[in-house]
Design a protein around this ligand. Structure first.
Ligand code: FMN
Length: 311
């Protein structure tokens, strides 16, 4: 296993998991495991998060399900994935040959779906972190558990009972009362939070006067989401975690200073999503920019900058 591709000041630890870089491939934008390796991006990432995995394979929503926007992208993929059985049989083993860690994202219709998929992944010792996607805006029930903090607390508690080895994170939406949801997840025993998923949105073709997405609604990602993500990470760290639990911050990162902003707001690690689809060289570029930033700030580790915003 080679998790030490770069020995640098960017080395960090997330809930006790050592990462050689604080940059993480976001769920749904980095394939299942090694898809980014062709472009060399994996060597600059500390981890890749798998596409969200469900108990049974899913085709996802009808096409069109991805629309480019001026300030980002709208997607309604609808959790298309191969299902947990095939992932474990054919892909989970890729982790041992990757130059970064493999995190696994889980989605489901009901509590039992989450419990079963998470329990399977907890037995895969090469997967150190399981992320619960409870914030998908593109399926009928993708946000059932973020409707209120007690629903989330109940679901996470049941998953927590079966996840005894891996670290457990909950990925929350940027809209609604994310601070209250984060409180519910923390109370139920998560090891960290991923902030945030896409923002429910819509696009209309003015010539045909039709919805651009077959699903009508989708999730907004990319630069348009960035300042929202900074606010969410900041507020959850100040009001809920207070540095006691780690946060993976993401939303609209396209350059190193976007990542730096999320770190100052309170993110211990930073996810890259939409940018990976447009520019596979982004992880390397952003990692180099962060290294220069550390030097210019006169600090030796990224951890000393987490949450260090002041007025
Ligand atoms: C095409 C696409 C597919 C996505 N699929 C998933 C997914 O399967 N699970 C998940 O938790 N998030 C998914 N996301 C959300 C991203 O992981 C990320 O939270 C969001 O896009 C914000 O980050 P970004 O602005 O850097 O893209 C997807 C995003 C996009 C653009």
């Amino acid at each position: 296993m080679c998790h030490n591709a770069h020995v640098s000041a960017l080395r960090t630890s997330l809930a006790g998991i050592d990462l050689h870089s604080p940059l993480i491939g976001a769920a749904g934008t980095a394939g299942y495991t090694t898809e980014l390796s062709d472009a060399g991006a994996l060597r600059s990432l500390g981890a890749v998060t798998s596409k969200s995995l469900t108990l049974h394979p899913r085709e996802g929503n009808e096409l069109p399900r991805v629309i480019p926007l001026r300030a980002g992208m709208l997607n309604a993929i609808g959790l298309a994935n191969m299902g947990i059985d095939q992932f474990i049989a054919e892909r989970a083993g890729d982790a041992s040959a990757m130059p970064c860690r493999l995190f696994a994202s889980v989605a489901g219709h009901c509590v039992d779906d989450f419990v079963q998929v998470a329990a399977r992944l907890d037995r895969e010792t090469e997967v150190p972190l399981i992320e619960l996607n409870v914030s998908c805006p593109n399926t009928v029930d993708g946000r059932t558990f973020t409707a209120d903090p007690s629903a989330l607390n109940e679901m996470v508690s049941q998953v927590r009972a079966v996840v005894t080895r891996a670290k457990l994170f909950a990925k929350l939406p940027p809209d609604g009362d994310t601070v209250a949801l984060a409180g519910g997840a923390v109370e139920a025993g998560v090891d960290g939070l991923t902030l945030c998923n896409t923002l429910p949105a819509m696009a209309i073709d003015v010539v045909s006067r039709r919805y651009k997405l077959a699903n009508r609604r989708g999730g907004l990602s990319g630069p348009a989401l960035h300042a929202v993500a900074v606010r969410v990470v900041h507020d959850v760290r100040c009001q809920v975690t207070q540095g006691r639990l780690p946060i993976i911050g993401l939303g609209g990162v396209v350059a190193w200073d976007d990542a730096a902003e999320l770190i100052l707001a309170g993110a211990d690690a930073v996810g890259l999503g939409t940018i990976l689809l447009a520019d596979p060289s982004a992880p390397r570029r952003i990692r180099q920019g962060l290294e220069s930033w550390l030097t210019s700030q006169g600090v030796e580790s990224i951890a000393s900058l987490v949450g260090q915003v002041g007025s």
